[in-house]
Design a protein around this ligand. Sequence first.
Ligand code: SAH
Length: 376
Amino acid sequence: MNTIFPKLKNDFQNDEVITTNIYKLIDKYSVNNHLSKDEFLFILDNITEKETRYLYKKAYDLKYEFYQNRVYLRALIEISNYCKMGCKYCGINNTVESIERYRLSVDEIIEYCALGYSLGYRTFVIQGGEDSYYTDDVLSLLLHRLKSEMPDTRITLSLGERSKKSYQILKDAGADRYLLRHETASKKLYNYLHPSYMSFENRRECLHNLKEIGYQVGAGFMVGTPSQTNKDLVDDLFFLKELNPHMVGIGPYLCHEDTELKGNMSGTLTESLIMVAMTRLLLPKVLLPATTALGSLHKIGREKALKVGANVMMPNISPTENRELYEIYQNKICTTDTSELCRNCVEARIVGVGHVIDLGVGDHIDLERVTNNARK
Ligand code: SAH
């Protein structure tokens, strides 16, 4: 070791070793679509700006191989901000007293989906807090009506944890997909972010149940939650590889000042983009949204995500008057827009970065092949 300029020497050595290794690791990752925990951690701990550009390019190229520059649109309707759960990061959790609560009736949901249908959308994501009003009977009625009035569509539910029996009933009633982010694959972090009555194991079991029943399943996680480490993010990658979901939602944690986690830093754009790109390399054919949280963090956050491997966008079709109330995080975009405005805005953004919108139902590419073969 050089005793005169030890720091300089070390820096030089580190730079050289790390730079070479990270490019090589990214190459290896692009080919194998997996790495060891140590290798993942090495990338996350040491990646530099120059190397992120290489990672992003690899992720974009892989997306292009399967999906080209097509971006699928999912129309998102936020049906209720009542929630019996207490996720500490979420602005509509049951302890937040400062918001006015609302829920949409079956008729209202149909009305807004029909408007979405007339704008060209063929996938609807029905999302809400865990609101006991939406029993299996109420949701079955909604699903039957949606599927009979708009048969050439896919319906995605994102209504939190329910029993396996309930998931089965909803599938039988017409639901095609279910989004349930695992939030974090680290039990310690999960327990820190949730009250003791919520269970890490149950959320994972729900995901396995949904897969078993035959839903197209979406998992996902937030980047930059308080006390999250790179090791936790590596756990997320490992969990996703094992679960092999059809979709993965990744967004920055955005601090909500009316929650228990107030005063914390939010996740950053770069960290989130790195995890989007890492996920594309992990699951090459996955449907990967450029999330609203990314667009809320940075004015072109979603466009940037499209450039690093994302291939889905989720324009809002909720009634304008309710949008501000579905405040899972603050400074959410599109809360004063109408569905028509969101439709135009999203298309302009997609086209602006050299992509094209795909208004098909946008199934996972493996399922598309199954359906196409069956039709032949
Ligand atoms: N009740 C449903 C929908 C939850 S809201 C469910 O449990 O799945 C959808 C997602 O928003 C959550 O899964 C979470 O990952 C994300 N979210 C919630 N609060 C957030 C915050 N403060 N910042 C960023 N994302 C948040």
